[in-house]
Design a protein around this ligand. Structure first.
Ligand SMILES: [Zn+2]
Length: 498
């Protein structure tokens, strides 16, 4: 009896200690995230947001739509010429102060040489092109997709958010600064690609040129994240700064077999081998890593706003790690930020219902987490399908894809300026968290000149309705957000460039 009591007492004590440790760790989790000294932001120059909204509308009416790599084709590039003319007409002061280099005909590289050219420059990016509107959906728009209408507090149309809003806001900020007689100490560069939505050849050429000039920037800022009005993990506002973006590779798995008549099928046809390979890849996903940057820093930064149970779980990964990994992997959006994703997309076999395929194949698209590489993904596919006979694995159409970007620094002056601008954009009280961008942006090409100073953020607040317009119907930018962006870009140039 006494022994049993002792054992029970011992277990109770152990549980109490365990609970104590769990709770203590939960209370400490994320506490150190907010200790960095906040940068005091400069007062932005005066600007006319109503006129800027009309200018964004005008830019939307100029249909710089790209459909395929190589766009715009020679002879079909009048909209790009028109856009440049419109920008020059509206922003004469900043165009006069900056030198312009046209790269691959329409990409713009603008340089505002600082008074101390030895300082690493600040590079602000945006792209001139937009995605098409799905045929047959024009009528679903509240205002026409290329009307550039300013109504109900919004500028409506394709490109309002992605990415003419940033293009116009950066130039508005530059014009306002130039007119106020501000001169940069650090060189300020604007890099405006012309074809981000198809291949980003413009940005690629711009960064190849800057690399040849040995330019090493203090900051490269492109699109990617913003302040989210409602962040899915917390249900509250959060500012996300993209510090890395995923890579991209499509691999084609091919099974070559004898073929023949389907009335006498072999035990394992090419189609079955491909099916086995896809199931094997589905069952054995690339590993998730919840304790690697930027995911771990993101969770710490938003810890205070997480529901208690979620915070407790993340604070105690030593005990609950596999439980969290399962939860995260079950959610498509969360899964995409913690691992390289595996997505079979195209499958081919025979061309007739009674003919066996001689070559069956599947294309699998991988979005590569910064923990992985094209080589490690390719090796993973070979390993996981090694037990299936007669398969070859090769890059789809010989494409080499793109490696994931390096993870940029969260300790730099550039990051602290962005953090201050992001917090101020969000009204002061929002958590600011580093994050992984899961799509591709022109910023990936900036890796040619920087391993640790590339960021993806627009100083705007987006709600769910705004985000639905991204590449979709009713893309729009609020006039208030345009004002925030002009303010934010001006403050970034002043805080870093003065
Ligand atoms: Zn974009």
């Amino acid at each position: 009896m006494k022994l049993a009591l002792k054992v029970i007492g011992g277990i109770a004590l152990a549980i109490a200690i365990l609970v104590g440790v769990l709770l203590w760790r939960t209370s400490q989790f994320g506490a150190k995230a907010d200790t960095q000294a906040e940068i005091a932001l400069p007062k932005p120059p005066a600007f006319d947001v109503a006129a800027a909204a009309e200018m964004l509308g005008a830019a939307i009416r100029i249909q710089t739509v790209t459909y395929a790599s190589g766009d715009p084709k020679p002879g079909a590039d009048q909209p790009w010429t028109d856009l440049e003319a419109a920008l020059r007409a509206r922003y004469p002061t900043v165009f006069a102060k900056m030198t312009m280099e046209k790269i691959l005909t329409h990409a713009m590289l603008m340089t505002w040489t600082g008074s101390d050219p030895s300082l690493p420059p600040v590079i602000l990016m945006a792209h001139q092109d937009v995605v098409p509107v799905n045929p047959g959906t024009d009528a679903d728009w509240t205002h026409g997709p290329f009307g550039g209408v300013v109504a109900d507090g919004y500028i409506w149309g394709r490109g309002a958010m992605d990415d003419k809003g940033s293009l116009i806001a950066i130039l508005e900020a530059g014009e306002a600064l130039a007119k106020s007689n501000w001169t940069p100490r650090r060189t300020v560069i604007f890099a405006f690609g012309h074809d981000e939505e198809v291949s980003g050849a413009g940005a690629q050429a711009i960064y190849a040129l800057l690399k040849s000039r040995s330019v090493t920037p203090a900051m490269v800022l492109d699109e990617g994240y913003a302040v989210l009005d409602k962040y899915p993990l917390t249900g509250k506002p959060a500012a996300l700064i993209g510090v890395a973006e995923k890579g991209y590779i499509s691999l084609q798995i091919t099974a070559t077999t004898e073929g023949g008549h389907s009335s006498r099928p072999p035990r394992e046809s090419g189609a079955i081998r491909i099916a086995r390979a896809l199931v094997a890849l589905e069952d054995k996903q690339m590993p998730a890593n919840l304790s690697a940057p930027p995911f771990n820093q993101m969770i710490e930064a938003i810890a205070a706003d997480l529901p208690f149970t979620t915070r407790l779980a993340f604070a105690n990964q030593w005990l609950l790690g596999s439980f969290i990994a399962d939860q995260v992997s079950g959610d498509a959006s969360a899964n995409a930020i913690v691992r390289t994703t595996t997505a079979p997309t195209m499958m081919t076999g025979s061309i007739k219902d009674n003919v066996l395929p001689q070559r069956a194949s599947a294309v699998v698209n991988f979005r590569i987490h910064p923990n992985d590489s094209i080589a490690s993904v390719t090796q993973h596919v070979k390993d996981v399908t090694a037990h299936i006979e007669g398969l070859t694995v090769a890059p789809y159409e010989g494409g080499i894809g793109s490696e994931p970007s390096p993870v940029s620094s969260m300790d730099s002056e550039a990051y602290r300026v962005l953090e201050a601008v992001a917090r101020s954009t969000g009204g002061g009280a929002v958590p600011v968290a580093p994050a992984l961008v899961i799509g591709a942006t022109d910023a990936r090409y900036a890796s040619a000149i920087s391993k640790d100073a590339i960021y993806r953020f627009a100083p705007a607040i987006y709600d769910d309705a705004d985000l639905n317009g991204f590449h979709g119907t009713n893309e729009r930018l609020s006039v208030e957000n345009l004002g925030r962006m002009i303010t934010g870009y001006a403050q970034i140039m002043m805080a870093l460039g003065s």
